[in-house]
Design a protein around this ligand. Structure first.
Ligand code: SF4
Ligand code: SF4
Length: 312
């Protein structure tokens, strides 16, 4: 049965498949609230094409990453693959329960998620039964947690998205990966245009959402020269040096409309996930990723606009 699940998943564009037994999870883990009879968690990992990052890397086109590496993965490819695995499990008499991330629901009352609009997030109790996607992926053996909080896989580094299928079938588990990729280089932190990642690797969600959406004018080809003209600290914001609070983040975000969101309200990434691309380039340069390519991911010196371009 395991081989058949892997075959179905891979036929439906999953690159990585991992299996974790229920015994690997604490008794109060959300998987048992969602489905108390869970015996195995199946993780499906999907590579994000390097080509999807090309536009943001070059500063040319920004829609491709959001539509193809976020929206289509989350709304089309990953649901289809997990449904097909679940259908197979149910055809064998077991239950198959696909689990996809829902970024518009969260348990925290004062946090946010950069990939969706801050005012589209439903905060509070409703998310208590959402799985911890990162920790569960690690338990399923897909990879390790990097300092930046990204999932790092031996094949594609941080260029992956993933979902799960819970089942009452007992399936031979995979080993968890021994952490070996993240070396604490901090290139993820240094690459963030909004300094959203602290030295100990904590991502400030409000700092991240502001700069994910393009508040740093030096890395935003769409920002008009008079952006944020009513904000007294506009140059600090534009240069990526403004520490924000939830309230000031909302004020800045209300003035950002540089690029339209994708159809399912996924915000366009103007930062181009610089934390992950820097990490990917670092791991690629070290030669530790198993998926190899003919040319390196980073081809040129990073481009940047100038502070003077925005002075009024
Ligand atoms: S960039 Fe370096 S420190 Fe950051 S997650 Fe990758 S390997 Fe770890
Ligand atoms: S690079 Fe982008 S996604 Fe990464 S922490 Fe910074 S703002 Fe957030």
């Amino acid at each position: 049965m395991k081989n058949e699940i892997i075959r179905i998943a891979k036929e439906n564009l999953a690159d990585l498949v991992g299996f974790a037994p229920a015994e690997r999870f604490q008794k109060d883990d959300p998987i048992f609230k969602i489905f108390p009879e869970t015996r195995t968690v199946i993780a499906l990992g999907f590579r994000l094409l390097r080509g999807m990052f090309r536009g943001t890397e070059e500063g040319t086109t920004y829609y491709q990453y959001t539509t193809m590496a976020v929206e289509n993965m989350e709304e089309t490819i990953m649901p289809m693959a997990s449904l097909k695995v679940a259908v197979y499990l149910e055809s064998r008499g077991y239950l198959g329960f696909p689990q996809r991330r829902h970024e518009q629901i969260m348990k925290e009352a004062d946090s946010t998620e950069p990939e969706v609009a801050y005012d589209a997030v439903y905060r509070g109790k409703t998310a208590e039964n959402q799985m911890d996607f990162l920790k569960t992926a690690v338990k399923c053996g897909l990879g390790e947690q990097g300092l930046s909080g990204a999932l790092l896989t031996p094949e594609f580094g941080p260029f992956v998205r993933w979902c799960f299928v819970l089942t009452d079938a007992v399936i031979e588990p995979d080993e968890m990966k021994k952490p070996s990729l993240c070396d604490g280089c901090k290139e993820c932190m240094n690459a963030c245009p909004g300094h959203a990642i602290s030295d100990d690797g904590v991502v400030d969600p409000w700092q991240c959402v502001v700069y994910y959406n393009g508040a740093n004018g030096l890395k935003n080809p769409f920002m008009p020269p008079d952006a944020f003209k009513d904000l007294p600290d506009r140059m600090e914001i534009i240069c990526g040096k403004k520490p924000v609070t939830a309230e000031s983040a909302k004020r800045i975000l209300d003035e950002i409309f540089f690029y339209p969101p994708a159809q399912h309200a996924y915000q366009c990434s103007i930062c181009g996930r610089a934390c992950n691309t820097a990490c990917y380039a670092h791991l690629e340069k070290k030669g530790v990723l198993s998926a190899k390519y003919k040319q390196p991911f980073k081809k040129r010196e990073p481009w940047s606009f100038h502070k003077e371009d925005f002075e009024l």
